[in-house]
Ligand binder design. Sequence first.
Ligand code: HEM
Length: 312
Amino acid sequence: MTDLDDGVAVGPLLAELGQAVLTLTAGTDARLLGLPPGDLTVTIGVGPRLVRMVDPSLPGAADLPQFSREQIAPQARGGDLLIQICAGDALVVPIVAAALLDQAGDRVRERWRQSGRRGSNVPVDQSLTAPRNPLGFIDGIVGPHTTAQEQRDLWLAGPAPVAGGTIAVLRRMELDLPRFATLSVADQEAVFGRRRDTGIPLSGGTIASDPDLGAKTPDGRYLIPADAHLRRAHSSVVGVGLMLRRSYGIDEPAAGLLFISFQNDIRTFTNTLTRMDNGDALLPFTTTTASASFLILPGFDQQHPLGATLFH
Ligand code: HEM
């Protein structure tokens, strides 16, 4: 996360960063020092302050509100520019970060950075895999995974300058791993509403089955408890679309999770977290220590520079 100095021309900066992303991902940038980029991807987003400079009514223009269980230093809230660098080869990531910061030069100041990693993938269905998170549960099962769901809930359809982009929310959470580990497996499963080993909802079926939120035990208790994360965060319970969640395990500044969600309506995130704030069994194990949202810019190529639809 970086901030822009006052008076910096945003359009040229983004165009240059986009050009550097093209040469870095193609493996032709001397700053890679000969390392193969492999599956390197770079995702660039602009923070609410910059979006508001263009048009305060655009998606991504509003700052995230505060939520419960936050201990966020001013430095770790928000920011003007998100540069998310992902690569299978962990060595590539800091080298690409250095190259992009070098490209931006003294036009930006680094605000905060966080490295994280994903666990190995577990098959969910024929076209989807998801890793376990630091609490041992398979994470990333439910989301906009079909093209129709992506069109509906992930990509911005408009207005024209942002069409094809999306909104990203980042939340760094410290997790109380020792306390979670003292729970029995059944109690851990009740926190999420899924089986820890298989990812199957506590209402049964397969890992890919929709949870049956109405299913009860013979004595009338919900199979998926009232405060289970699965129920509190379920899109139909909250009344929002699906968010694409990609979370990363972290070990500094403390053990936890870097939560990232992508959605085409910020209310998908804010309404879900508001509902979690009012009684999700998972929340007491979390303390949020960084928070930000960004408009992820639509795709670009040599002819259509990064950010050109917004910053002329
Ligand atoms: C420590 C933090 C968190 C952890 C460890 C966590 C983990 C999980 C796990 C294991 C699942 C079930 C499997 C799956 O569908 O991927 C899940 C579901 C979900 N989580 Fe989280 N989550 C966290 C925070 C959040 C936050 C902050 C939000 C959004 C505000 C969120 C939104 C969701 C949603 C929408 C689902 C899908 C629910 C459904 O429809 O079944 N989670 N999460």
